[in-house]
Design a protein around this ligand. Structure first.
Ligand code: FPP
Length: 280
């Protein structure tokens, strides 16, 4: 039986929450927020109206994740490709939206004990946006609850390139390239996400079945949940539905999984008793 429902969940959220196994919550959820443009087009509105509406979805999702005690949430807000390939006016709008969001949201982040972090090539963003980001990061840095990471001007391939450069630089500073040692652990430590565990669950809205250059290294074993809901319609309850779906999956990490392992053991002991050889 569930002991208590966290304060602040609405009726629908509570219904889904009560179905969750609290011992198996994902430690890190990553979200590809997609469909803002389509949401706006369906309403005969300019694309940017979809982005503006998407901010309410960010708020609801972040609050619900923190309330149910998800340790880490990462939102793909802005890819390197978005930054380079979208019209200047849309990019400027998104930058303004982000700045306002950070300014308005810091008190709520503090109230919910959320620490803000960023991944992506921050130094390429406008100076005043970088300043606002740094201000918000510092204002929340002592919070000990959920880590909210915003991917801004982010590309997974650039991240991996930067990790290789950083590995080589570190070796050069520590006695030269003879000291270069590369394994999975050291690559992970040089990624932007060194402060986070790998995501257990990645959610993509608006029905697209792509990773779009998001956390390619870190998502190696993540469960993928794609929902047709467009990002501006996404709310905390949809996050909880994604977690419920995640909990129905069996994670195997390349192994056999519980059902098959059990069958295999059973078959081995059966053959041992019978003195026969199990099929390989
Ligand atoms: C994808 O929709 C969404 C984006 C490129 C931007 C996401 C930004 C927000 C949700 C708001 C700002 C974020 C924060 C953290 C305050 P799309 O435009 O690609 O949609 P489409 O595929 O339907 O055209």
């Amino acid at each position: 039986m569930q002991a208590t429902v966290p304060a602040g969940l609405d009726r629908k959220e509570t219904e889904v929450y009560l179905r969750l196994d609290l011992k198996r919550l994902p430690r890190h959820i990553a979200i590809i927020m997609d469909g803002n443009g389509r949401w706006a087009r369906r309403r005969h509105l300019p694309r940017v109206a979809g982005h503006r509406a998407g901010v309410s979805s960010v708020r609801s999702t972040v609050e619900t994740a923190a309330r149910v005690k998800i340790p880490a949430l990462t939102l793909y807000a802005f890819s390197e490709e978005n930054w380079k390939k979208r019209p200047r006016s849309e990019v400027d709008f998104l930058m303004g939206l982000l700045s306002r969001y950070l300014k308005q949201e810091v008190p709520t982040l503090n109230k919910n004990n959320i620490r803000l972090e960023y991944i992506g090539r921050q130094h390429e963003l406008p100076a005043e946006v970088q300043q606002r980001m740094e201000w918000a990061r510092q204002a929340t840095e002592t919070n000990s609850g959920m880590v909210l990471t915003l991917a801004l001007n982010y590309s997974a391939r650039s991240e991996i390139v930067d990790a290789f450069r950083s590995l080589v630089d570190a070796a050069a500073r520590n006695g030269g390239l003879d000291h270069l040692y590369v394994d999975e652990e050291s690559v992970s430590r040089h990624l932007y996400t060194r402060h986070l565990p790998d995501p257990d669950l990645v959610i993509r809205t608006s029905g697209e079945m792509r990773l779009s250059n998001f956390l390619l290294w870190q998502l190696a074993y993540a469960e993928i949940y794609v929902t047709p809901t467009l990002w501006p319609d996404f709310r905390g309850v949809h996050l909880l539905e994604g977690i419920a779906e995640y909990q129905k999956r069996e994670r195997r990490y390349g192994g056999l999984g519980q059902v098959q392992e059990h069958a295999q053991e059973h078959s081995h002991s059966h053959h041992e008793r019978a003195g026969t050889k199990p099929p390989s």
